[in-house]
Design a protein around this ligand. Structure first.
Ligand code: HXC
Length: 255
């Protein structure tokens, strides 16, 4: 598929996906979801890739779902457009390798929902965050009502959802919506630095941490702990053995 909304670069086992429709603040349309599905299904699963990074071109990370595409939809089409995006964002959560959001500017509505489906978020001081759907007489449709309260707690989520307040990067950091805030020209370097740290670890351990944490948060403590034991055990005799031997032999592991 020829990409119209996404630009891809691969460097040092990291896949960078740049959302590139700056003239429309990178608003998410049907074509975007088709392209992202293709990336997740066929490109991000390549053996050598260790981390995926998502960012936006221009002033916005993503300023929401494409209002021009949505305006003439009927109720059934609206539901379908919601499910389309929910499925794509769910596939990002389920992707084996970690996904980091590098939030360069506005992350609004569907844009914040996309960022929240990533495993963690770094932001530029220029980033702004919000769920302004109620301004439009709408509510979030890409599971923002579900992810926001899980990430920041009930009261901060409801404040953001009910007021449409556009919060700063520092406020996003304060409530735990992002993990680090840096100057705009340092954003990609900082994200690359953390991506490289992750890429240097045991690759199966990284995938299993993500899977166990993500499955665990959707289940009960006992079930999650059982899954942890199974996955812990599965690393013995292979990658875990190499990591532990390397430590004891005072050398770098050869994954
Ligand atoms: C379509 C959009 C857009 C969007 C911006 N544009 N956001 N087009 N969908 N979500 C377009 C504008 O229409 C404009 O096009 C161009 O991008 C530049 O935007 P401006 O408004 O002129 O820029 P600026 O004054 O800098 O303001 C930036 C902004 C503002 C604060 C980000 O554009 C804004 O508030 N955008 C809408 C944010 C929003 O409501 N998002 C939630 C959408 S609903 P022209 O052609 O005039 O140059 C949603 C639901 C998700 O996300 C769930 C769906 C199932």
């Amino acid at each position: 598929m020829e990409f119209k909304n996404l630009k891809l670069t691969e460097k040092d086992d990291i896949l960078y996906v740049t959302i590139s429709r700056p003239e429309a603040m990178n608003a998410l349309n049907t074509r975007f979801f088709q392209e992202m599905d293709e990336v997740v299904a066929n490109l991000a699963t390549k053996e050598n890739l260790k981390v995926m990074v998502i960012t936006g071109e221009g002033k916005a990370f993503v300023a929401g779902a494409d209002i021009a595409e949505m305006v003439d939809m009927n109720s059934e089409e609206g539901t379908k457009f919601s499910i389309l995006g929910q499925n794509t964002f769910r596939s990002l959560e389920k992707l084996e390798i970690p996904v980091i959001a590098a939030i360069n500017g506005y992350a609004l509505g569907g844009g914040l929902e996309l960022a929240m489906a990533c495993d963690f978020r770094f932001a530029s001081t220029k980033a702004r965050f919000g769920q302004p759907e109620v301004n439009l007489g709408l509510i979030p449709g890409y599971a923002g009502t579900q992810r926001l309260s899980r990430l920041v707690g009930l009261a901060d989520a409801l404040y953001i959802l009910l007021t449409s307040d556009m919060i700063s990067a520092d406020d996003a950091l304060r409530i735990g919506l992002v993990q680090k805030v840096v100057e705009p020209d340092e954003l990609m370097d900082e994200v690359t630095k953390v991506a490289k740290i992750i890429a240097s670890k045991g690759p199966n351990a990284i995938k299993k941490v993500k899977a166990v944490v993500r499955k665990g948060i959707e289940t009960d403590f006992i079930t999650g702990s059982k899954l942890e034991s199974e996955q812990f055990g599965s690393l013995f005799g292979n990658e875990g053995e190499e990591g532990m031997r390397a430590f004891l032999e005072k050398r770098k592991p050869n994954w």
